[in-house]
Design a protein around this ligand. Structure first.
Ligand code: SF4
Length: 316
């Protein structure tokens, strides 16, 4: 009998992540790519990439788990056995790497979140999806403005000896503050360091507001690769902050582990990468709300429909 494997897919508005794990939770294949407004296309690319990594091994994926903002749509496409929110998935994935983790700080491309854990259970969390000033997209736009490669941002920040206090309460205000500080004669590295500090104070004053952050603290999401922001967290929290290598894959790992633990078995075929899926918009005319409906087709057969605001809407 072939060994069993599990596929976890974490699909957000910015990025799509996937892992295949074995029975011991070892990641045997993984990838990370941009969603680019096309979650179905991104997942098919992801499955293709994972397939290329394992095709010589002839593995048997027995259950798929999906998480992230498009988890229901992709769950339907992949016929997932388990569909769960990203808070649970991230917590499970991170606890697999750092078993005693108490605080997960995550700053991604367009959102940020905090997850607090006690005795392996999520006890509190908060998400910020509104304020752009404390996210990776904000840092990237400021790097571009300063003519600096975003990959070098953190190491440049660490060379600063005299960083100014910048406001990152709001992205518009932060941008004008940044220009003002440059005009005052601060060097580029000082302003970059100031930005890293401002991202952290924005996070602690908004996302983590009123919460006690216990150690061990794990920092993940795209911005965790920025050593300037990591250092700023350590200074402001006065404690060590851990960045794990596969931090960007924790949601996908967590949902793969949940798929394994569910004991649900649903056959999965990598051929899904070659099947034609499409979404077509329509309107429900059941009442004057005229809800916008998204219809999902596999080849030419409808497999899902969402957007109904009541139970009297269009059915599959
Ligand atoms: S889904 Fe329900 S609320 Fe929306 S238009 Fe149809 S009947 Fe009205």
């Amino acid at each position: 009998m072939k060994d069993k494997y599990y596929l976890g897919v974490d699909i957000g508005s910015i990025s799509t992540k996937g892992v295949i794990i074995d029975e011991e939770d070892n990641i045997i294949a993984s990838d990370y790519l941009w969603t680019e407004g096309n979650p179905i296309g991104a997942v098919q690319k992801l499955i293709n990439s994972l397939y290329e990594q394992v095709k010589d091994k002839d593995i048997n994926v027995v259950c798929v788990g999906t998480t992230g903002s498009a988890r229901y749509l992709i769950g339907k496409i992949l016929d997932a056995g388990v569909v769960k929110n990203e808070i649970t998935a991230h917590a499970i994935g991170t606890m697999n790497k750092v078993p005693d983790v108490r605080t997960i700080i995550e700053i991604g491309g367009q959102d940020s979140k905090i997850i607090l854990i006690d005795k392996n259970v999520v006890v509190d969390y908060n998400m910020n999806t509104i304020c752009a000033a404390g996210t990776g997209a904000f840092l990237s736009s400021q790097a571009k403005r300063l003519g600096v490669n975003i990959e070098d941002f953190g190491s440049i920040a660490l060379t600063s000896k005299n960083s100014p206090k910048l406001s990152a309460r709001c992205s518009v205000f932060a941008e004008s503050d940044l220009v003002h500080k440059l005009q005052m004669g601060y060097k580029k590295e000082d302003v970059i360091r100031g930005l890293c500090d401002a991202i952290v104070s924005n996070y602690l004053n908004n996302v983590a507001k009123g919460k006690k952050l216990y150690s061990p603290i794990v920092f993940q999401g795209g911005v965790s690769k920025n050593i300037g922001v990591k250092k700023a967290f350590e200074e402001q929290l006065e404690t060590e902050v851990t960045v794990i290598n596969d931090g960007h894959l924790m949601g996908a790992l967590g949902i793969a582990i949940l798929a394994k633990k569910s004991k649900i078995e649903k056959p999965f075929s990598f051929q899904i990468k070659d099947i034609k899926f499409k979404t077509i918009g329509s309107e429900c005319n059941g009442c004057s709300n005229n809800c916008e409906i998204v219809n999902v087709y596999r080849e030419d057969k409808i497999i899902d429909r969402y957007g109904n605001k009541c139970d009297n809407g269009l059915k599959v």
